[in-house]
Design a binder for this molecule. Structure first.
Ligand SMILES: CC(C)(COP(=O)(O)OP(=O)(O)OC[C@H]1O[C@@H](n2cnc3c(N)ncnc32)[C@H](O)[C@@H]1OP(=O)(O)O)[C@@H](O)C(=O)NCCC(=O)NCCS
Length: 182
């Protein structure tokens, strides 16, 4: 496949960085996404149907195929140095699927952790959110125990705005970033 054609069916713009290809996610990445989620370390702090293969597949397919408002959705990530190896995704979607807040998020295969890839990809999404879409702000809801994800939020300039106890224990850290305040 030509590198410049990856993700072109998604309707989302390419958000490439010097090190990364960041392209609208399509069904071509479905199996890679499912395999990533089957690593219990990856989904350790994330609620979802990971233990039920049928529900899991349906969940990811739906999130790839559903319509998002213009410019919002999921982007798959590859390293330019290894364009055959899917490394994860970043997203910018209506909070809980409906908004009005817009949520930013990230997930990578374990072998890609610890090299700044999530922060670099999230930075490209923030640029798109504020520079192209002119959103007023973005939010992120992160399990308070998820230190790596909270650090990514901080590294892209997000500020902690609340820590809310969740049913069944634990708490959710809400981060926010406003246009022009990063
Ligand atoms: C969260 C995640 C995307 C981070 O990806 P990454 O590419 O390793 O992130 P980066 O390298 O850009 O930054 C991670 C930062 O967290 C730090 N960190 C790593 N583990 C940490 C921990 N347990 N506690 C605190 N900080 C931690 C790193 O040192 C780094 O900070 P630094 O650059 O100041 O040293 C990755 O761990 C992941 O996919 N986790 C599973 C899915 C997930 O939890 N997604 C978020 C759901 S809200």
């Amino acid at each position: 496949m030509r590198l410049d054609s990856i993700g072109e069916d998604s309707g989302l713009p390419a958000l490439d960085t010097p090190r990364l290809l960041i392209r609208g996610r399509t069904l071509a990445e479905l199996e890679s996404c499912l395999a990533m989620d089957r690593d219990p370390e990856v989904t350790r702090f994330i609620k979802g149907p990971w233990a039920d293969p049928v529900a899991h597949r349906r969940f990811v397919e739906f999130r790839i195929e559903r319509a998002y408002p213009p410019g919002l959705g999921y982007w798959s990530i590859w390293e330019r140095s290894a364009p055959d190896a899917f490394v994860g995704w970043v997203m910018l979607i209506p909070d809980h699927g409906v908004g009005p807040e817009v949520e930013i998020g990230w997930r990578l295969v374990r072998t890609a952790w610890g090299r700044g890839i999530a922060s670099e990809a999230a930075g490209a999404i923030v640029k798109h959110a504020f520079g192209t879409l002119r959103l007023a702000r973005v939010i992120a809801d992160i399990d308070a125990r998820n230190g790596a994800s909270r650090r990514v939020a901080e590294k892209i300039g997000m500020r902690l705005v609340s820590l809310v106890d969740e049913e069944g224990g634990g708490s959710c850290a809400r981060y926010r970033l406003e246009r022009g305040k990063g």
